[in-house]
Design a protein around this ligand. Structure first.
Ligand SMILES: Cc1cc2nc3c(=O)[nH]c(=O)nc-3n(C[C@H](O)[C@H](O)[C@H](O)COP(=O)(O)OP(=O)(O)OC[C@H]3O[C@@H](n4cnc5c(N)ncnc54)[C@H](O)[C@@H]3O)c2cc1C
Length: 380
């Protein structure tokens, strides 16, 4: 399965592949890394990604990064997820990096972008118990008090908050005439007084958290961009976030595909490899075709994002997120069925891949919401 990449990007993909193979190529290595990780995040592996310059691959050189763009970011994310490296802080940190690149002051960029490049995790928190798909209805408040903001409320589903230095919180700083008005982005250090982080048990582990604010005071300089401009700032980063999730899904789909392909070539029943039965081989052919098409579309969108800075591509970003995440889910479930009882067994690794794929059509805007966005872009 191939996409058109420059020689430099091929070299990056090959280097990440080599790293992934050495660090997590065997089942034993994968299990050990998972056991060592703090709920999905292995600080040692993450530090190595930073030392190799990969966490900063799409961060400007002025802040210690490699100065690359969306294509480089997709290569990194796809590789990390293909090799199933337990570094849950990667995707969210890159989402936060995008927001700082667009709206941060020089000082903020130095701190946050420089920190991510050096291996620190940054989380982002929009979702609340009563504001999921309808995220603009969020109610967590940030009230200005002299040179500080005081936050009160509850956030939920905050990925990697347990290993993050800061959480970029979207909070209500004013009540406007519409729910989209009066939102602001404020960075809260995770060791702040009045902030509590509590893990949520899920079928993918405990990588997400409830976050409680109780009179949590942060300096006013923690505001990102302008006050009450949070919704516009969020919208400006949607293509970035959806590309990250799409690239992750492509990595997971490709991995499940490669694993099941190897399995059906080896597993014999009725005196022949099960891959020789048309019921199996046609599924393999179909998945290969869909993965190839989807991967090509994701990288084509990334290249378009790089070529036209400032364009948000809402329709295409939703198409990429929708297609890639549904494909990762479909591929892992098909792979599990093709592996029979061994697909269901923990030992063979596919059940973990299924669990990790099932969440993809939910996070970052569900598939239903992506379809609504795509439909709206056609005037429906
Ligand atoms: C593992 C995980 C990690 C996450 N990480 C983060 C994070 O780091 N930061 C963050 O802010 N959030 C995060 N989220 C939250 C995620 O973005 C939300 O779960 C998602 O947007 C859906 O919101 P909800 O769960 O409240 O579902 P709901 O909005 O209650 O939706 C329930 C169902 O109704 C459907 N539905 C809702 N509205 C419509 C509509 N208008 N039309 C059709 N169908 C509709 C949905 O598609 C869904 O099937 C994470 C979630 C998970 C599970």
């Amino acid at each position: 399965v191939t996409v058109e990449l420059s020689a430099e990007r091929h070299a990056l993909a090959a280097a990440i592949g080599e790293f992934g193979r050495r660090a997590a190529g065997s089942r034993e290595q994968h299990e050990r890394l998972n056991a060592e990780a703090e709920h999905g995040h292995h600080r040692g592996i993450y530090a190595k990604l930073a030392a190799l310059g990969w966490l900063g691959v799409c961060i400007p050189e002025a802040y210690g990064g490699g100065g690359g763009g969306a294509v480089d970011m997709c290569v990194l994310i796809e590789g990390v997820h293909y090799w199933r490296l337990p570094v849950a802080g990667t995707g969210v940190s890159l989402i936060v990096a995008g927001a700082y690149e667009r709206f941060g002051t020089d000082e903020q960029k130095r701190q946050i972008l420089g920190g991510i490049t050096a291996g620190r995790v940054e989380a982002i928190s929009m979702s609340e118990p009563e504001a999921g798909s309808d995220v603009a209805s969020l109610a967590t408040k940030a009230v200005r008090d002299g040179s500080h903001y005081v936050l009160d409320g509850q956030k939920t589903w905050c990925s990697a908050a347990h290993v993050a230095d800061h959480i970029l919180v979207v909070a209500r700083t004013a009540t406007g005439s519409s729910k989209h008005q009066g939102l602001s982005m404020i960075s809260v250090a995770t060791d702040s007084d009045g902030l509590q982080i509590r893990g949520i048990d899920t079928m993918g582990g405990r990588e997400v958290n409830d976050v409680y604010f109780d009179g949590c005071r942060v300096p006013a300089s923690a505001l990102l961009g302008s006050e009450n401009n949070g919704w516009r700032q969020l919208m400006a980063g949607l293509n970035h976030e959806r590309l990250i999730i799409a690239a992750q899904a492509v990595g997971q789909a490709r991995r499940a595909f490669d694993d099941v392909l190897a399995y059906v070539k080896e597993r014999r029943q009725f005196g022949a490899p099960i891959g020789s039965f048309q019921a199996i081989s046609h599924q393999i052919a179909q998945l290969a075709t869909e993965i190839e098409l989807c991967r090509g579309f994701v990288y084509r969108l990334a290249a378009a994002v790089d070529a036209t800075p400032g364009t948000t591509f809402p329709r295409e970003a939703s198409m990429a997120k929708l297609t890639a995440t549904e494909l990762a889910k479909k591929t892992t479930l098909a792979a599990m069925q093709m592996m029979g009882g061994y697909g269901y067994a923990v030992e063979y690794g596919m059940e973990e891949q299924v669990r990790r794929a099932l969440v993809l059509p939910i996070v970052g805007g569900t598939s239903e919401i992506q379809r609504s966005i795509i439909a709206a872009s056609y005037g429906l």
